[in-house]
Design a protein around this ligand. Sequence first.
Ligand SMILES: [Mg+2]
Length: 418
Amino acid sequence: MHDQYLAATIASPRGGKPNRREVSLTASVSSSPESLAPRRWIAHLDMDAFFASVELLKYPELRGEAVVIGGGRLQQPVLQPDGTRQFARMRDYVGRGVVTTSTYAARAFGVFSAMGIMKAARLAPDSILLPADFEAYREYSTRFKQAVANLAPVIQNVGIDEIYIDLSEHGDGAPAFAARLKAAVFDATGLSCSIGLAPNKLLAKICSDLEKPDGLTILHPEDIATRVWPLPAKKINGIGPKATAKLAAMGIVTIGELAQADLGMLRTQFGDLYTGWLHQAALGIDDRPVQTSRETKSVSRETTFERDLQVVRDRAVLSEKLESLCTRVAGDLDKHALAGRTVGIKLRFEDFSTVTRDITLPSATADAAAILRATRDCLRRVPFEKKIRLLGVRISTLCDPSQSTRQAPAQAELFPAL
Ligand SMILES: [Mg+2]
């Protein structure tokens, strides 16, 4: 703590001995390599109850109702002769599906993501149950990202419903600009989002969650002690359930308690590296830039079998495994709002020799069935003489679906006759 005290004393604008709060706050500024650079403004934009809100756009009559979106095969709404739709109710559900997400009205009953649908049905039996429609979610994801990209160039994609945006160039105008982004997203989609605007990504991410839905939360460095420190430590992205439990066992529950925790004690539990990160995070320090280039080059899933499989005799098992791998790859693409053009398979045989084959599709896809078809084309080109111990599916040549739509007008201009 001594270094920070020193830094704080030097950096303290009013001079003199700073109180405890100033120590940490000024330390967070002075220990940053960017302390001499202009102040950064980073926005984290998160769509509100995204999947559920898209469903409400499709079925406006459900507005205000408790609606649960489930994974797997669920009943589609049935159009009645009188033009109204009949929806499935939670209480009628039998099966092992899980909740993908739910509207705020359903959350009020205690229904949350990853809960079994039958368990959720006991909490909210009259809620409406809808199947997930990833095609629609991707479409709206593209629309909101495009709306933001039209106004702000420095965007980092972090998921189907969230992005970071660097608004530093707007200086004192950044909060007003963030409000403009919210309006642009609403105009493009009819959906609300929440924005956290803060000096870095870590704080912005925490803030976007503070005033949901339709929130705009602006955090200045001097607000960290009053607005961030009272929050539970698990609100920091990177402090998972295990770390939360360990911290709780040490009597550390809030971010403020973490900021003031003894580093030696933390090190005994978490090691040097994670302790250093924990401490910085609790002080609100994060120098990571908004990265516009995509890091993900490919998405893949593979499975090693419990026993080596024979292609003719174990055809059914192999087909099922292949289908499940493709579904998981498609799920990964969905999660990151990506699509890919090159689909590949990997096979490892009983003698550990490995074969890969790939195929490039005419256009990018994130559809499990299209990926499966492509993997079958690849498999036709493999000689099967040995038993198989591992099967993998990979998709590469990735693109953000919002970028492929952005290129469309340019191509139309190049070929006006088409
Ligand atoms: Mg969201």
